[in-house]
Write a protein that binds this ligand. Structure first.
Ligand code: PLP
Length: 419
């Protein structure tokens, strides 16, 4: 794990940490130091011709469901932090998931996904997308399983960078090769990868990065948001959504920008899952300290995971930073600044444990500055079929913990007394 942070796509050549606080804020007399909030539903034109041109091109400002300067500044910052070519910010992580899938799939198409997934994603793949004629096969988080599930009509392979809650780490390079061989794209949910801080999946062959900004980006449990970022160089020539229509096909008309265009078209223009400017402001502010928070949280999480792992009252501990985790080697390959802030552990009596915590707080969120715990079996994964719950690493005695920025010793003492 390197602290050098050499990779960057910021035009100034800035590192991750500098990009997070400096990008998208213009310099100059009287400019605000942070992002200004443009509380606007619509923007003015001087002439009929200007309005007409904007409605044809959709490249500037007209109506805030399509584009807002505050949201745009956040999108540009996320693009730089993920090393992508374009981002559309939307109202939640769920909205980002839906936008991603609809950007490459239509009725009759198929998605292959690793089954170690956030419950909402499982629900969308199993219950919502079939209503639109899009089917999904959920498989074990391994190359062999993904390969075996691929079909002629598979347009998308999906996995979480670090799965919530089991801590599986996607073998991005290998999944990308499989997807591309079948003419499909690889989308990685990088929520637990922290907006490119722990890992930038686009640099390892992923075509799309999707994430919930509610978690580490916001960082304070105060705002919902999501984002879809596309990389350069993805190949859509085998996807009929893009190639149907000959000369007037989306690919022909939009070229390299086709995928990003369709994501904005669906996520914002047509489905209206637009991010509000006030939310964009809060998320942009959160992003400025993400590097500090997540490096500290990862360090504390590793300390806690090691301690819990040897605790006589604690059962299985699942954290990819532990040498015993089945995906530890993938964590070492892909996660360069720590293994993240999320772990699960088994306690004898989850109800009694949660009733006694005094520092830890019971809440269904991740990436908060405060350490949050839940009992996934009865909450986040409560509606997921039982077999899928076990596949996602959730058992009746599992506690999920998202480690915050509190002192390691205080967290240990609280867990000790609650056990
Ligand atoms: C929370 C979460 C989502 C959904 O995000 P929301 O902002 O709650 O809609 C998607 N993926 C992962 C991995 C998550 O943790």
């Amino acid at each position: 794990m390197s602290d050098a942070h050499p990779e960057t796509t910021h035009p100034e050549g800035w590192s991750y940490d500098t990009t997070a606080v400096q990008s998208s804020i213009p310099r100059g007399l009287g400019q605000t130091i942070g992002f200004p909030i443009h509380a606007a539903a619509a923007f003015q034109f001087d002439t009929l011709e200007e309005a007409q041109s904007e409605f044809q091109l959709n490249s500037g400002l007209s109506y805030a469901r399509l584009q807002n300067p505050t949201v745009r500044a956040l999108e540009d910052r996320i693009t730089a932090l993920e090393g992508g070519s374009a981002t559309v910010a939307v109202a939640s992580g769920q909205a980002a998931t839906l936008t991603t899938i609809l950007s490459v799939c239509r009725a009759g198409d198929h998605v292959v996904s690793a089954s170690s997934l956030f419950g909402g994603t499982t629900g969308m793949l199993n219950n919502i997308l079939p209503l639109m004629g899009i089917t999904a096969t959920l498989v074990e988080n391994t190359a062999d399983a993904v390969q075996a599930a691929m079909q002629e009509n598979t347009r998308l392979v999906w996995a979480e960078m670090i799965s919530n809650p089991a801590g599986d780490v996607a073998d991005i390079r290998v999944f990308a090769d499989i997807a591309h061989e079948w003419g499909a794209l690889l989308a990685i949910d990088n929520t637990c990868g922290g907006v490119g801080f722990l890992c930038r999946p686009l640099e390892h062959g992923a075509d799309i990065v999707t994430q919930s900004l509610t978690k580490w980006a916001g960082g304070h449990g105060s705002v919902l948001g999501g984002a879809v970022t596309v990389g350069a160089g993805h190949n859509l020539t085998r996807n009929p959504v893009y190639t149907d229509g000959g000369d007037s096909s989306i690919l022909n008309v939009r070229g390299d920008a086709a995928l990003a265009w369709r994501q904005r078209w669906f996520g914002a223009h047509q489905l209206g899952m637009t991010l509000a400017p006030h939310s964009a402001f809060l998320i942009a502010q959160g992003l400025e300290t993400l590097a500090l928070r997540l490096s500290r949280e990862s360090e504390t999480a590793l300390g806690l995971a090691r301690w819990l792992d040897s605790h006589p009252k604690v059962g299985k501990v699942s954290y990819p930073g532990l040498a015993g985790h089945p995906h530890h080697h993938l964590a070492q390959r892909y996660l360069r600044r720590g293994a993240g802030a999320v772990m699960t552990f088994e306690v004898p009596d989850p109800s009694a444990f949660l009733a006694r915590v005094r520092v830890l707080r019971i809440a269904p969120n991740l990436g908060d500055v405060r350490t949050l715990v839940v009992h996934p079996w009865t909450t986040t994964h409560g509606r997921v079929p039982e077999t899928a719950r076990y596949a996602a690493g959730v058992t009746p005695t599992t506690i999920r913990m998202s480690v915050g920025v509190e002192a390691l010793e205080d967290l240990k003492a609280d867990i000790e007394q609650a056990l």
